[in-house]
Design a protein around this ligand. Structure first.
Ligand code: OSB
Ligand code: MG
Length: 368
């Protein structure tokens, strides 16, 4: 393929409910889509990070500049553009995995459309629907949390993840266990909010039979996560600290994690995400597909990934209605606790032009 044109489409979609984590509160999904035009087909992707660098170091304004000035010129210079050629062409640019992932995914969407193949088939999906978990934000009170969890369970979600932070950890977990029972698949996500000095407090979570505790300590500190794992029974799961298959291999070898959260954006795209899946699967380490409150453009390819055999735990791939009253694609609807794996060519969805127009805040040509 040959790259002909690339545009960014900035969008802002109100969330149905504010989403509070240990790093901040989101009320709007504010990001950009990448629209790639090649001589063979067109492709779409969604940049996964936020306007502020609070979950990770990347952010919306910065990513647009990185794409325009450093990533697109390298990809445009490729004599034969394929998705597999994107990461090698970008390897000399340090970091910026989420921006790289957006570019690789849009190219992959175009390439697969040109071949009439779905991303699920390309990645090796073995399921046509995937169980859906839901990530529940920090609330002002335990009764408000219990109401939220009750509503999600009545909608059919098969696993609950509670966001935690110092001051909002043992108490809400105990309340959810007491109300909904020991059989409820339950896990927590601290988004780096604790230190090793909190090990005894975190050990208190062992009493509640959690599936895992996600990213309790600072990003990239595999050593301290391994020390924590040696002191608690709850399996440690890494999110922010895993940027590649190599990181994942190191973390598993060090016993810094016993579960892997795979977010394609965080690791530079679906090709590296597939390799992380393979590393985890080969070690018998359970994996699941994380999320970044994506619109349908980011959600569709995550569902394809989540259908691989090593994704043995339900992911954060929730239905569109958990996030938005109206999405920019056909919505993904929960059915019997599951979401369907898209099976049409490419990522398996595209923006609905009229909805996209209404949620668009700016459009700019980045190339061509
Ligand atoms: O840490 O998994 C996280 C959302 C935004 C940024 C980071 C995270 C999350 C979530 C929600 O937990 C996942 C989702 O429902 O998309
Ligand atoms: Mg997380």
């Amino acid at each position: 393929m040959k790259l002909e044109r690339v545009e960014v489409v900035h969008i802002a979609l109100p969330l149905v409910t504010p989403f509070r984590t240990s790093f901040g509160t989101m009320t709007t999904k504010d990001t950009f889509l990448l629209h790639v035009v090649t001589d063979a087909a067109e492709g779409w992707s969604e940049f996964a990070a936020d306007p502020e660098p609070l979950y990770c170091s990347e952010f919306v304004t910065g990513a647009e500049i990185v794409l325009r000035d450093f990533l697109l010129p390298r990809v445009a210079a490729l004599p034969d553009l394929t998705a597999a050629a994107v990461a090698p062409a970008l390897a000399k640019v340090k970091g910026h995995e989420l921006a790289k992932a957006a570019l690789e995914t849009a190219v992959l969407d175009a390439e697969l459309r040109a071949h009439g193949m779905s991303l699920a088939t390309y990645l090796g999906a073995v399921r046509d629907r995937v169980p859906a978990g839901v990530s529940v934000g920090i609330k002002d009170s335990v009764p408000a949390l219990l109401d939220d969890v009750e509503r999600y369970l009545s909608e059919g979600y098969v696993r609950i993840k509670l966001k935690i932070e110092p001051g909002w950890d043992l108490h809400p977990v105990r309340a959810v266990r007491e109300r909904f029972g020991d059989a409820l698949p339950l896990q927590v996500d601290a988004n780096t909010a604790y230190t090793l000095a909190d090990a005894e407090l975190l050990r208190g979570l062992d009493a509640y039979g959690l599936l895992l505790i996600e990213e309790p300590l600072e990003e990239n500190n595999l050593h301290q996560h391994a020390l924590l794992q040696s002191r608690i029974a709850t399996p440690v799961c890494l999110d922010e600290s895993l940027h590649s298959a190599r990181d994942t291999a190191s973390a598993i070898a060090m016993d810094a994690c016993r579960v892997v959260n795979v977010k394609p954006a965080r690791v530079g795209g679906y090709l590296e995400a597939r390799r992380i899946h393979d590393v985890a699967h080969a070690h018998g380490v359970p994996a699941w597909c994380g999320g970044m409150l994506e619109t349908g453009i980011g959600r569709a390819p995550n569902l394809a990934l989540a259908a691989l055999p090593g994704f043995t735990l339900p992911g954060d791939t929730s239905a569109s209605s958990r996030y938005f009253a109206e999405d920019i694609t056909e919505p993904f609807v929960l059915q019997d606790g599951h979401l369907p794996v898209p099976r049409t060519p490419g990522i398996g969805t595209e923006p609905l032009p009229e909805a996209l127009r209404r949620f668009t805040t700016a459009r700019r040509d980045l190339y061509g």
